[in-house]
Design a protein around this ligand. Structure first.
Ligand SMILES: CC(=O)N[C@H]1[C@@H](OP(=O)(O)OP(=O)(O)OC[C@H]2O[C@@H](n3ccc(=O)[nH]c3=O)[C@H](O)[C@@H]2O)O[C@H](CO)[C@@H](O)[C@@H]1O
Ligand SMILES: C=C(OP(=O)(O)O)C(=O)O
Length: 422
């Protein structure tokens, strides 16, 4: 049996909904506590399955972790007790592979399981490994594991063929203690990269160029433990923005940082949405049926975020007229499309582009969540649909949304967590 959601659609959403700390900043930052010994305090950590897996991974490597309150953790790094991150843990969460950077920064030899792919794509780690090799690590792959000999690292020029978020983070963590200067060109520019860089700089690292395609790292001998508060989750904020537009609701969103919403916000403005910020609260003004259709393409930051693609496509399905959505970051991130169509949408996929004949009413159905954001988009579809929707396999959603159903129920949704056959 697995958890599912039963959603009664078309209930009005009204009131204040609060955004938690960002999963995609919290995961690398928690892993970055492996870079230097000491006692860390991390605040605004979201309550997620991925965070619990990461804490188990750290403990397995010899760290002590303690949850001090709902969103605060203490992590004590007294040095690695193991030099191998096993498949048992890495298979549960791809971001686990980020331990390789801190491991080669501290250990002469490290072994980390290769992560698998997932529903959205094959997700290789060749760019991470190429970066480590350019830093001087000797990399071999044996029986599904990467073995790194890293006793003679030195700063290097590392051009990335694609601005991979994970490769940029992994290489940054490997390079902060590496003697000499490392320059990552064509680096990822996501706000979560900047948050990780700010954390490492607070620890004593010398990183410049964060948020630009050229990140420069001057290696330092010692770093120290710090207290840090994780940035708010821009994807969670974006998910609530779509929730209010498709339910014709009146949500006020707390802790949404407008500057992090970038192209997602400007695409919505082009469709006719208006934003108002009153102190800490963001109001979103617009109704799906009054908006204009759009043509969107996902790209690395500062382009349209792939992690908002399924939610945005749902909005496009509810806006009158023909829209399109091209996915260029992951090869297979359209698993939500047949599920939207089961609920009454009319979307066809041709050569990586989804063509959306928007404006058809949605009706509740039994649907399957295939990954985190597809799952969130199906919950939103359930809120906008007539009748009852049942979303199966919500463990994908629990990976990355902190109490999604409880937060939405507080503002008027009717979502019940139920047990379902897999
Ligand atoms: C925990 C976390 O922060 N996850 C985010 C991170 O994932 P992640 O760090 O895995 O994403 P990447 O930016 O690395 O991947 C983007 C694309 O590059 C490819 N690639 C990546 C590395 C590599 O060595 N070789 C290679 O070919 C991937 O297969 C994918 O097609 O950024 C993605 C892109 O914004 C987001 O969707 C994820 O939510
Ligand atoms: C794809 C995502 O995460 P991950 O990289 O952890 O799979 C996501 O957050 O949408």
């Amino acid at each position: 049996m697995v958890d599912g959601f039963r959603i009664k659609g078309k209930t009005p959403l009204n009131g204040v909904i609060t955004v938690s700390g960002a999963k995609n900043a919290a995961l690398p930052i928690i892993i970055a506590t492996l870079v230097a010994k000491g006692e860390y305090i991390l605040r605004n950590v979201p309550n997620l399955r991925d965070i619990r897996v990461t804490m188990r991974l750290l403990e397995d490597l010899g760290m002590e972790t303690e949850k001090l309150d709902e969103n605060t953790y203490k992590i004590v790094n007294n040095g690695f007790k193991r030099t191998e991150a096993s498949y048992e843990i890495v298979k549960q969460m791809r971001a686990s592979f980020l331990v390789m950077g801190p491991m080669i920064a501290n250990l002469d030899e490290a072994v980390v399981s290769l992560p698998g792919g997932c529903a959205i794509g094959s997700r290789p780690v060749d760019l991470h490994l190429k970066g480590f090799e350019l830093l001087g690590a000797d990399i071999t792959r044996v029986h599904g594991y990467v073995h790194a000999k890293a006793d003679k690292l030195r700063g290097a020029e590392i051009p990335l063929g694609f601005p991979s978020v994970g490769a940029t983070q992994n290489i940054m963590m490997a390079a902060v203690k590496t003697p000499g200067k490392t320059v990552i060109s064509n680096a990822a520019r996501e706000p979560e990269i900047v948050d990780l860089g700010n954390f490492l700089n607070k620890m004593g690292a010398k990183i410049t160029g964060l948020g630009t395609p050229n990140i420069e790292i001057e290696g330092v001998e010692e770093l120290h433990a710090v207290e840090y508060s994780i940035m708010p989750d821009r994807i969670e904020a974006g998910t609530y923005i779509i929730a209010t537009l498709i339910t014709e609701g009146n949500l006020r969103i707390q802790n949404a940082k407008l500057e992090d919403l970038g192209v997602f916000k400007s695409e919505l403005e082009a469709m006719g949405v208006k934003f108002e910020k009153n102190g800490e609260l963001l109001s979103v003004i617009g109704k799906a049926r009054d908006l204009k259709p759009s043509k969107i393409k996902t790209l690395p930051h500062p382009g349209f975020p792939t992690d908002m693609q399924p939610q945005m496509m749902l909005l496009q399905a509810l806006v009158n007229g023909g829209s399109s959505m091209e996915e260029t970051v992951f090869e297979n991130r359209f698993m939500h499309v047949p599920e939207f169509n089961r609920m009454g949408a009319d979307i066809t996929i041709r050569h990586g582009v989804a063509f959306i004949n928007g404006g058809l009413p949605l009706t509740g159905a039994e649907v399957m969540s295939s990954d985190l954001r597809a799952g969130a988009a199906l919950v939103l579809a359930g809120l906008a649909a007539d009748g009852v929707t049942v979303v199966n396999r919500v463990y994908h959603i629990d990976r990355g949304y902190d109490k999604l159903e409880l937060k939405l129920n507080t503002v008027g949704a009717q979502i019940e967590r139920i047990k379902l056959d897999i």
